[in-house]
Design a protein around this ligand. Structure first.
Ligand SMILES: [Zn+2]
Ligand SMILES: [Zn+2]
Length: 258
């Protein structure tokens, strides 16, 4: 099926599935806001990212007045900027579990609409990226899950912002162990050489590209992809990162609420 035909079909399915029935809050089941399956009180109760670092979206230490966090100041974050909708804490973490593992796509759609709000605020007066790249799943995991959650997020954002979406350009050609429970170093090792680009990619083609992911914890996956995207280019693109939630690791390597 051509991309154009698929997009038209997707838009119709979206209207039938989400716009005709009245919005219902995914958290309390009461009436949602117009075109959003989330009521106002539940939206206000979601864990926000206070004073996020513009580089990596982790909260800046209170009172320091720093423009960037220590990691970003040392150049350890490879993306230019990060926009995250929420902190990875309850009930956002539960919504992400429902979206990723229980096929409750409405939960992902709600978080994507919150991310869209953040993107509008973040880029006010600045150019948006020229291309969206969802973080790919390995084909075997895609078969098991039935969908790539990052692609669903990116597709909604692509339609809302009218930015082209690149599907199939970035591939995960090596199956990696789940990142959960691994330390930062183990995560980096786990992901080495996991990604590849299709032949059509030319890094000089774009000035700015946004990677789209659901949860970002250590940046290992993202840093690995950035090095693949910028490899060999004379003028590699600036890479931005958009994600639903930002998490961090505790001493045991578990993603924990910030
Ligand atoms: Zn509610
Ligand atoms: Zn930072």
């Amino acid at each position: 099926m051509s991309t154009r035909l698929w997009n038209s079909l997707y838009q119709w399915l979206e209207i039938v599935q989400f716009r005709l029935p009245p919005p219902t809050c995914v958290l309390c089941q009461r009436r949602g806001q117009p075109l959003r399956d989330l009521c106002q009180p539940c939206q206000q109760s979601l864990p926000a990212l206070n004073q996020p670092c513009p580089g990596c979206a982790l909260p800046l230490p209170p009172g320091t007045g720093a423009a960037l966090c220590g990691q970003c100041q040392q150049g350890r974050t490879r993306v230019h900027t990060t926009v995250a909708a929420c902190r990875y804490a309850e009930p956002v973490s539960a919504l992400i579990t429902r979206f990723k593992y229980q096929r409750q796509l409405a939960a992902g759609r709600v978080l994507t609409s919150l991310l869209l709000d953040r993107i509008h605020a973040h880029y006010r007066g600045h150019n948006l990226p020229q291309l969206l790249l969802p973080v790919p799943l390995h084909p075997q995991r895609l078969r098991e899950r039935g969908y790539n959650q990052s692609l669903l997020i990116a597709r909604d954002l692509s339609q809302a912002l009218r930015i082209p979406l690149a599907t199939g350009l970035l591939q995960r050609h090596r199956r990696t162990s789940p990142q959960q429970g691994l330390s930062a170093r183990e995560r980096r090792h786990n992901l080495r050489n996991a990604f590849a680009l299709s032949q059509t990619w030319t890094s000089n083609h774009y000035q700015c590209v946004a990677l789209v992911d659901d949860v970002v914890t250590t940046m290992s996956t993202i840093n690995e992809i950035v090095s693949v995207l910028q490899r060999g280019g004379e003028r590699p693109p600036e890479i931005h990162l958009w994600c639903l939630a930002r998490a961090w690791l505790d001493q045991d390597g578990q993603a924990r609420p910030l």
